[in-house]
Design a protein around this ligand. Structure first.
Ligand SMILES: Nc1ncnc2c1ncn2[C@@H]1O[C@H](COP(=O)(O)OP(=O)(O)O)[C@@H](O)[C@H]1O
Ligand SMILES: [Mg+2]
Length: 460
């Protein structure tokens, strides 16, 4: 018998190496190589060729039959939005997120809803059937038609799938295929199982919802290959302790990846939040210095988000920068702009920043609000409760125009804000709102600081 050999596979990118290395030569990540037992024609196993070469010929595009798929509602409108308008039959949807964030809860609700009309199988590889039943009763779901299966072997799962239209696999890390000897949840197993599920989905037209765990670093456990196999990849964001969770599409073959869904987690289940207007604002905004509200465009919708900052004297050596919700480098850059262009020293201040509600703000239009919050904190002067700020900040301290200015100002008006500070470049497009809200166009960060904290400018 041939001696079994080890290969080392990067859990980030899936690259293989014959020996253990501290750093993956392919993606450059440290400590990601894990040992797998290589079996004869390992990993790149292809499905058996069943037809002769003549069975499939190239066809002109004009002759290709266009499939019209009717989307199915999941019963949760926020989820439908993120999926691009509903579930596409025969697709593979991966839902990733930290443990306890609500993946099983969401999928139980979806399965219960779908089971009213179609046959749905819920494969619980992690929890027993009675645990799933307990959850259904807690969520007060009508799930009498829902089929449950407590199984971890993929081949047995495949056999158990009959004429179901929807199958939930909770979770991919807990199932294994008997064709490989490595442990369930290892890189090779996850990849192989996902590939098999894909073949089942495409050949039998079954829609799969697959739960995937997230590593400490925040990426899906298992190689990137897992994301490539899926049609749609959704991530749950937000801290476990926060009430609000954001579901974001990072890949979608049937819709935009711009969409986000806002969910609220309660003891009775997970609910889509349709009125998200006050979700990312604190109750006592405008009282303390160092916070600022910005209309942020996240996932095709505009939301008012409060950015809070706190400054504390640096105790030792280097000052700390601790942003939550925005990029670390972005915060460092904006602090540098404030120091250099506006004369506000931060070199002996630790800076903490938090975007309320655990939302992540990636767009450049939040720059100016971050600067406003930092300047307010530095001057120890609160910004008026009904003033919002948006705009991109350049390295020279200029305020650049941003996209969706109209939509942002509109949202400010809708939320009862009385004035808005924004890039002068966007003035033309929002001039029409002049009688509804006080418009304060600015060209430089300095100018914004003078407008927001007026008395000080008269002293200068
Ligand atoms: N009996 C319960 N009562 C109230 N809340 C619960 C109960 N059981 C679980 N939860 C809440 O449901 C949340 C989501 O759980 P779950 O959907 O199993 O998460 P995941 O599948 O993402 O790991 C947990 O964080 C917990 O706060
Ligand atoms: Mg779970």
């Amino acid at each position: 018998m041939a001696k079994s050999k080890s290969v080392y596979i990067c859990s980030e990118c899936g690259a293989q190496s014959p020996q253990w290395l501290g750093r993956c030569p392919s993606c450059g990540k440290f400590g990601t190589l894990v040992e797998e037992i290589a079996e004869a024609p390992v990993l790149q196993k292809q499905p058996k060729r069943e037809r002769s070469a003549s069975a499939r010929r190239p066809v002109p595009l004009s002759e290709v039959h266009e499939e019209k798929f009717a989307r199915v509602s999941s019963g949760i409108s926020e989820l439908d939005t993120v999926l691009g308008g509903g579930i596409v039959p025969g697709s593979l949807v991966l839902i990733g997120g930290d443990p306890g964030i609500g993946k099983s809860t969401l999928l139980t609700e979806v399965s219960a809803h779908l089971s009213k009309r179609e046959k749905v199988l819920y494969v619980s590889a992690e929890e027993s059937c009675s645990q799933v039943k307990m959850r259904c009763s807690r969520l007060k779901l009508d799930s009498s038609n829902l089929l449950l299966l407590n199984e971890t072997c993929l081949e047995d799962i495949e056999e158990a799938i009959g004429d179901e239209k929807f199958v939930v696999i909770d979770s991919i890390q807990a199932v294994y295929t008997s064709e490989m000897s490595s442990a369930a949840g290892s890189v090779g197993q996850v990849r192989e199982c996902a590939g098999k599920l894909q073949r089942i989905a495409k050949s039998r037209g079954i829609t799969f919802f697959i739960v995937g765990h997230v590593t400490k670093e925040g990426s899906l456990a298992g190689p990137k290959v897992l994301e490539h196999i899926m049609d749609t990849v959704l991530y749950f964001e937000g801290e476990k302790e926060d009430n609000y969770k954001i579901l974001r599409a990072v890949k979608n073959r049937f819709g935009s990846v711009q969409e986000v869904g806002v969910f609220e987690m309660t003891g009775e289940g997970i609910f889509g939040v349709t009125d998200y207007s006050g979700v990312f604002l604190s109750e006592n905004r405008g009282e303390a210095a160092g916070s600022c509200v910005t209309p942020s465009e996240t996932g095709n919708r505009c939301m008012m988000v409060e950015i809070q900052t706190l400054m504390a004297k640096t105790a030792y050596g280097l000052p700390r920068r601790m942003p939550l919700g925005i990029d670390y480098n972005k915060l460092a850059l904006l602090i540098a702009v404030l120091e250099k262009r506006c004369g506000l020293p931060f070199f002996n201040q630790d800076v903490y920043l938090n975007a309320m509600g655990g939302i992540r703000l990636n767009e450049p239009a939040v720059d100016l609000a971050v600067c406003a919050a930092l300047a307010g904190g530095h001057k120890n002067r609160p910004i008026d409760k009904y003033t919002a700020v948006f705009g991109e900040v350049g390295l020279t301290g200029e305020v650049r125009g941003v996209s969706y200015a109209e939509k942002r100002v509109n949202e400010c008006i809708k939320m009862g804000f009385q004035s808005v500070v924004f890039p002068a470049k966007n003035f033309k497009s929002v001039k029409k709102f002049e009688d509804k809200i006080r418009l304060i166009p600015v060209q430089y960060v300095n100018q914004m600081i003078k407008k927001l904290f007026p008395e000080e400018s008269s002293k200068e």
